[in-house]
Write a protein that binds this ligand. Structure first.
Ligand SMILES: *Cc1c(COP(=O)(O)O)cnc(C)c1O
Length: 367
C-alpha cells in the first residue's frame, strides 16, 4: 500500500460540483480583485473566528507583515517568538525592520513557552508572536497575562490553526490580530496563495485595509506607503465553499489522531499532546521517536509520505547567524528538531491507511 502525505485531489472530488460552480460564477462576473465575493467571505470568516473584523490579504506571510506594520512595529523594536515554526513567523519581523527574539518552547505542545518570555524582555520589546503550531493553540491565557503586565501586543500566528480553540474561543479571536494562511496544504485552504487578518480592533482593521492597497484612502489619495496584498475573488469563492466543510474535516483529522494515539499506546512513540484548554485541529500529527532518521527512512521505503517539521530551528538558520544564538541555546526546540516526524493526517485518509502507517511506525521504532 502507498499512503500519500497529503492528497488534495480527494477533497476536490468530494466538493467538485460546488467548487466548480463557485469559480465559474466569479469568472462570469468579471470582478477579480476584492469586491463583493471577498467582502462576503471576510464577513463569514470574522463571524467564524469570533472577531469583529477580517481582512483578506495575499498570504499568511503578508498578514503577519501587515499586522506588525499596523501596530507600528519597525526598526529598533524587538518581537518575541518561537524558534520552532515555519520561517515566515520570524521573517515578517525582520521584513519590517524589527528584530526577532527567540525563546524556547514547551516540550509537549511544541508551542512558545510562556515561562520563557519574561527573561527575554528588554525596553525594546513591543510584541509577542505565539504560533498555534500544528493546530494546537499556544497557552494564550498565560501569554496574555504577561503581555498585559508589560504592555506588549500579541499577534497570533494562526496559519496552521483554522478552527482550533483555546478555552472555548477560536484562534484568530484571541489577540490583537490573528494571522491566517490559506496556502493549499492548510486546514482551510484555497487554490493558490491567500491569507487573512482578524482583529477586534477597529483601528488595526482600518490600517490593514489601507496597507493592502498601497495606502490608498480614496482613489489616487495615498496616505501611507503600503503593499499590493489582496485576497482575490476566485480564492474567496473557493474559501467560502470550503468554510462550510472545514469543521467536518477538522473532526476527521481528530478521529485519525485518536486512532493513531490508540495504536501507539505502549510503544516508544510520543504522540502529540492536547492540553485541557485546547482543541487541537491536527494540521499536522507530529510524533517524537527515537532514531527519527531511521524511522523516516523506513516509512519512505514502505511507500508512506512523511515530513519533518522542522529540521532546523530558526535561531540556527544561516540568515540569523548575526543574532548570535549558539547551538544549545534553546535546547527544547533543538531536541524537537532531532526527534519529530509528521505522519499523514489529512481528512480523506481511510482507516486502513491510518492503520498501515501506524503499523509501519510501530515496526520501525522496534528497530
Ligand atoms: C504557512 C505558514 C505561514 C505563512 O503562510 P503563507 O500563506 O505561506 O505566506 C506562516 N506561519 C506559519 C506557522 C505557517 O505554517
Amino acid at each position: 500500500m502507498k499512503v500519500p502525505f497529503l492528497d488534495l485531489t480527494r477533497q476536490y472530488q468530494q466538493i467538485k460540483a460546488e467548487l466548480d460552480a463557485a469559480v465559474l460564477k466569479v469568472l462570469a462576473s468579471g470582478q477579480f480583485i476584492l469586491g463583493e465575493t471577498v467582502k462576503q467571505f471576510e464577513e463569514a470568516a470574522a463571524h467564524y473566528c469570533g472577531a469583529q473584523h477580517a481582512v483578506g490579504v495575499a498570504s499568511g506571510t503578508d498578514a503577519l507583515v501587515l499586522a506588525l506594520r499596523a501596530l507600528g512595529i519597525g526598526v529598533g523594536d524587538e518581537v518575541i517568538t518561537s524558534p520552532f515554526t515555519f520561517f515566515a513567523t520570524a521573517e515578517c519581523v525582520s521584513q519590517v525592520g524589527a528584530t526577532p527574539v527567540f525563546v524556547d518552547i514547551e516540550p509537549d505542545t511544541f508551542n512558545l513557552d510562556p515561562a520563557a518570555i519574561e527573561s527575554a524582555l528588554t525596553s525594546r520589546t513591543k510584541a509577542v508572536i505565539p504560533v498555534h503550531l500544528f493546530g494546537h493553540c499556544a497557552d494564550m491565557e498565560r501569554i496574555h497575562a504577561i503581555a498585559e503586565k508589560h504592555g506588549l501586543f500579541v499577534i497570533e500566528d494562526a496559519a496552521q490553526a483554522w478552527g482550533a480553540t483555546c478555552n472555548g474561543k477560536r484562534a484568530g479571536g484571541l489577540g490583537y490580530a490573528g494571522c491566517f494562511s490559506f496556502f493549499p496544504t492548510k486546514n482551510l485552504a484555497c487554490c493558490g496563495d491567500g491569507g487573512l487578518l482578524t482583529t477586534n480592533d477597529d483601528e488595526i482593521a482600518q490600517q490593514v485595509r489601507l496597507l493592502r492597497t498601497h495606502g490608498q484612502a480614496q482613489r489616487y489619495e495615498h496616505v501611507m506607503l503600503g503593499y499590493n496584498s489582496r485576497l482575490d475573488a476566485l480564492q474567496a469563492a473557493v474559501l467560502a465553499v470550503k468554510l462550510k466543510y472545514v469543521d467536518r474535516w477538522n473532526e476527521r483529522r481528530r478521529q485519525h489522531a485518536q486512532r493513531y494515539n490508540e495504536l501507539f499506546a505502549g510503544t516508544p512513540v510520543v504522540p502529540p499532546a492536547e492540553k485541557p484548554y485546547a482543541k487541537h485541529v491536527y494540521h499536522q500529527y507530529t510524533i517524537r521517536v527515537p532514531h527519527r532518521d531511521a524511522v523516516e527512512r523506513s516509512l519512505k521505503e514502505a511507500g508512506i509520505g512523511c515530513m519533518v517539521y522542522y529540521r532546523v530551528p530558526l535561531h540556527l538558520q544561516p540568515v540569523y547567524a548575526h543574532l548570535g544564538y549558539p547551538a544549545g541555546s534553546l535546547p527544547v526546540a533543538e531536541q524537537a528538531c532531532r526527534e519529530v516526524i509528521s505522519l499523514p493526517i489529512f481528512p480523506e485518509l481511510t482507516e486502513e491507511e491510518v492503520e498501515y502507517v501506524a503499523e509501519t511506525v510501530r515496526t520501525a521504532v522496534k528497530g
